[in-house]
Design a protein around this ligand. Sequence first.
Ligand code: 13P
Length: 340
Amino acid sequence: MNTQALIETVRMLVADDKGLLAMDESNPTCNKRFALLGIPQTVEARRAYRELIVTTPDLGRCISGAILYDETIRQQKQDGTPFVKAIIGAGIIPGIKVDAGAKDMAGHPKEKITEGLDGLRNRLKEYSQMGARFAKWRAVIAIGDGIPSTGCIEANAQTLARYAALCQEAGLVPIVEPEVLMDGEHTLQRCREVTEEVLRTVFNQLYTQRVMLEGMILKPNMVLPGLNCLRQETVDEVADTTVRCLMQVVPAAVGGIAFLSGGQSGQLATERLNAMNFRFKSRLPWALAFSFARAVQQPAMDIWQGKEANVLAAQKALYHRVKCNQAARRGEYNAAIERM
Ligand code: 13P
């Protein structure tokens, strides 16, 4: 394992107040989002949409890494340039989602286990040869009546750790993503308890599986009240609770933290990230960055609607969101920047 190379990749991924752009929706997920907007659910539409993203002017000023999907990493721009080459040319590091999705977990109704370890060593080798320098694996934990169970948390945590160890062996930085979902009526406090337990279990497993913490990035959820919870805390309360939770359980050695957005609106995700950095940045051992998909892409996808004529306006909307999030990393985001 080339420890220094992994640490250097992590450093570059969190440098200059940049963040990661998650554009790794699986085909079914991407199709679902297209269907809502009446966009055809075809290979060509997915390719055109990803070309729109990777050719957004100046994207590399705010984005350090882009997470691709298996279909996308093999695709090219209309002029034949491979996406990987275009991304590197924009000053962005290519990454790849390597899990095979969250499947129903046997014996655990309403819970999921993420699959994809079988054959992973060979797939990582191939992706690395294709230019990827980091990888992502997402586990999902739902909150509800009697869930999450210990069985679900432990199985997902061990799987994440085994994935991370394989990535580091292959020279790829693992993004470790245990997502506690925001669906439900649970309170902010309940989300905090579950998130803390999940992260504690994940880090126990990362130690056990000998993952080098300096050579990985944690991609957690923010600690939020359930979407259907009557009490929705303020931006500052969410920021405080999230940071205090992370300080309890995330070792200082971890290379960086990059939040997922999880279905929050673009603006709210930015406001919450900004509040965390504004209030705590100088006191934290790790960078608090972003690795958003929906919170940066949705406005652009809404504008695009599958039409070539809308590409420039969609790219402008995408760039606006990543720029706002870069300001949030500095704790300098405000209403004036949002309006720009
Ligand atoms: P969202 O920001 O839309 O939650 O997506 C992040 C991600 O990469 C999910 O795996």
